[in-house]
Write a protein that binds this ligand. Structure first.
Ligand code: IVH
Length: 686
């Protein structure tokens, strides 16, 4: 916006922009069906911000620009609810729900059916939002029902909560003078899991469940923190209401929707208790597919005049009941603790349970994560345990009922051998996980092959995930070395593998036999050995057999290699399965090429002339040695000669060298040079 409009125009434009932005906010956050692009929305938002910057006197608290930015508080103020926020009595069975209906009808002396609105009971935090003439003035928690905490600043950061109510379309009721909206602030399960994941990474304490996460987020003194938490709200009722009236709860919900609040789309109007109970069971069925946690259904008498007639008893309305879903915690018995081996070789203890229904789902196993976790909870075979399904993830054991432990129950210990392949199991330093050390363990074979064949490792072009899947599943590759036993026939027999591509793969396999040694070391997938360390190892161990026998202390002496890595390498080669695979690879023609010397050989590129007699070898042998170390043997001395090796009886060549100022060395010095070049790993194959 280049020109700043006059105040009157600005005021009008500001109003227009707010209306439009509020409406598009509503489409996006409440209805989840935006009509304009983010860029269009952003442009309007920026224009509004600029106008408000130019005319600060026109800024109002309900402007869409005013959601965040309030200064942090020292503590929350207390707000009294205009009408108390009641709690609900519970029902746990169909029978109890029917008793509730009977009570209602008895109280009303009514023999016909009663209409109920059935709503999911959200597991979050109850809040009240006060709207005066359509503007949000206060947001508070339920507290003790009479007084709650003033969390207005935090409530304002929740995008699906309108700062100003939407102008409703007739026949919907107009915006009332005052309405106290009640609802549940909650966090979606997916967002809860992500939030916890982030907290785990940054070492912050985890939230036990989505409800605690929502409550913790809403009770932040610094609203900029709340603004970063993915909170949402469903409105489910009203308290104080002035200027408008409703006949039924269903109309209340429609009114809230028309004013731009988010109402749970699963609410249903039911004629009579049978329909209401059916709806409860439908919601129960849906429970695990819902993106949020619901712990039951709320049944509410629809007619507001009947609600008034029913009134309340001990802080609960007689006209509503919480019909709870079955608990998500149950007790059962641990039959066994088995150990699973994952794709990466990590061993996970799993409790095999006496099957039990938890939250309506049959549960017969629960993860115990790792040895530390088993020890912390001290779960033993035969124990009675409490299991729960939290956040709809894999069921877990909450705790052991110690009093019920059978005598003689033994603490669990991780096996020393992999239950899948029998290789050694190790817990590497600084890790919680125990791992199978076997390179060809069937549990992780696919991952091992994919890594082995990958571009930066053996670079076997064409050996991707799909091919590896087939090779392993058809039993053609049972161990890494089997790759080099594959035939054209084997490969061509696979699905979607034309003869041509089969022969390409075979060629790539053949080509990979002459791989630089560091890539070979990397390809073995030794824990902690990435590309850099693989290069370090290749420099120090140009002969893989020396690496295979290297002791931990010896490895640790190398700069760049710490105790953790040294242990991982030594353990890897201590495992017979791995040694066998490496030996087989060599036998099948894999010949990793050691790097040329770190410091170039002193003979590299040098022209060397021999004169006089040699005592330790023939002249031919000496010349071959020069060649092998990258030098060039010559028979006559010229300006291009770099070194002359002179022995007894040297004549004209020696004089020529002296004339030209070319260095002359003895056989002994030459041999020292050769030894040094060889020590530093001069060319050749490992
Ligand atoms: S109605 C008088 N409807 O459940 C009516 N409550 O003990 C009182 N809740 O703390 C509440 N979803 O936060 C109602 N659809 C729903 C609800 C719901 C969750 C919570 C509410 C309250 C508790 C009732």
């Amino acid at each position: 916006m280049s020109r700043i409009p006059k105040p009157d125009d600005a005021r009008k434009r500001i109003e227009e922009l707010r209306k439009a932005i509020n409406y598009h906010n509503y489409l996006y956050y409440v209805l989840d069906s935006p009509e304009i692009s983010d860029a269009q929305y952003d442009a309007m938002f920026r224009e509004l911000e600029e106008l408000e910057r130019a005319y600060p006197e026109f800024v109002t608290p309900d402007s869409p620009t005013q959601r965040v930015g309030a200064p942090p508080l020292d503590k929350f103020a207390t707000v009294e609810h205009a009408q108390p926020m009641l709690s609900l009595a519970n029902a746990f069975t169909d029978e109890e729900a029917r008793e509730f209906d009977e009570r209602v009808r008895r109280f009303l002396q009514w023999s016909g059916t009663v209409e109920y609105v059935v709503e999911p009971k959200m597991d979050g935090v109850a809040v009240e939002l006060v709207y005066i003439n359509g503007s949000l003035t206060t947001g508070s928690t339920r507290g003790d029902g009479i007084r709650g905490e003033d969390v207005t600043q935090n409530i304002r950061t929740i995008k699906s909560i309108p700062l100003r109510l939407l102008e409703p379309q007739p026949p919907a009721p107009p915006i009332p003078e005052r309405v106290d909206v009640r609802g549940e602030v909650y966090m979606r399960i997916k967002d809860f899991l992500e939030l916890n994941e982030k907290r785990r990474e940054s070492g912050e304490p985890l939230f036990a469940n989505p409800r605690n996460a929502a409550a913790g987020s809403l009770r932040q003194l610094d609203s900029s923190i709340t603004a970063q938490r993915p909170l949402d709200m469903f409105a489910y009722g009203i308290g104080e209401l002035r200027g408008v009236s409703f006949d039924t709860h269903w109309e209340v919900l429609q009114g809230l929707k028309a004013w731009g609040l988010k109402v749970n789309p699963l609410v249903k109007l039911c004629k009579g208790i049978d329909e209401a109970i059916d709806r409860y069971h439908e919601l129960l069925e849906m429970r695990h597919e819902l993106p949020y946690e619901a712990d039951g259904a709320v049944l509410k008498v629809n007619s507001i005049s009947l609600q008034r007639a029913l009134g309340e008893i001990s802080r609960s309305p007689r006209w509503a009941i919480a019909f709870k879903f079955p608990s998500k915690q149950e007790t059962t018995v641990v039959r066994d603790i088995q150990v699973q081996v994952g794709r990466t070789g990590v061993l996970t203890p799993v409790a095999i349970l006496e099957p039990v229904r938890v939250g309506g789902v049959q549960v017969s196993r629960a993860t115990l994560h790792n040895q530390d976790e088993v020890e912390r909870k001290d779960v033993r075979v035969g124990d009675t345990v409490i299991v729960q399904r939290a956040g709809e993830v894999i069921p877990e054991i909450v705790s052991v009922v110690i009093e019920k432990r059978p005598p003689g129950a033994k603490p669990f210990r991780m096996p020393e051998k992999c239950p899948v392949c029998g290789a050694r199991v190790e817990r590497l330093e600084g890790e919680v996980a125990h791992r199978c050390m076997g390179i060809s363990c069937p549990a992780k074979l696919k991952e091992s092959i994919i890594h082995f064949a990958s571009k930066r490792a053996m670079d076997i072009d064409g050996m991707g995930e799909k091919l590896v899947d087939q090779l392993v599943e058809k039993g053609l590759v049972k161990s890494l070395d089997d790759i080099y036993r594959l035939t054209l026939e084997n490969l061509a027999s696979l699905e979607r593998m034309a003869e041509k591509s089969a022969s390409n793969v075979l060629e790539a396999i053949e080509k990979s036999k002459e791989i630089p040694l560091d890539r070979f070391y990397y390809a073995l997938g030794i824990r902690h050995v990435g590309e850099h360390l693989a290069r370090v190892l290749a420099r120090h161990y140009p002969d893989p057999r020396l690496l295979m026998d290297a002791k931990e202390e010896e490895l640790e002496a190398i700069r760049d290699i710490g105790p953790k890595v040294a242990r991982a390498i030594a353990s890897f080669f201590r495992e017979p399965q791995n040694r066998k695979v490496v030996e087989e690879l060599f036998r099948l023609g894999v010949r990793p090429v050691a790097p040329s010397t770190a410091r170039p050989s002193p003979l590299q590129g040098k022209t060397v002339v021999f004169t006089g007699a040699l005592s330790s070898m023939t002249r031919q042998e000496a010349q071959a040695l020069v060649e092998r170390l990258g030098g060039r043997p010559a028979s006559s001395v010229s300006r291009k000669t770099d070194i002359v090796v002179a022995g007894p009886g040297a004549g004209s060549k020696l004089r020529e060298a002296q004339n030209l100022g070319i260095p002359v060395i003895s056989e002994e010095e030459f041999l020292k040079m050769v030894a040094q070049a060889e020590r530093e790993g001069g060319g050749g194959h490992g």
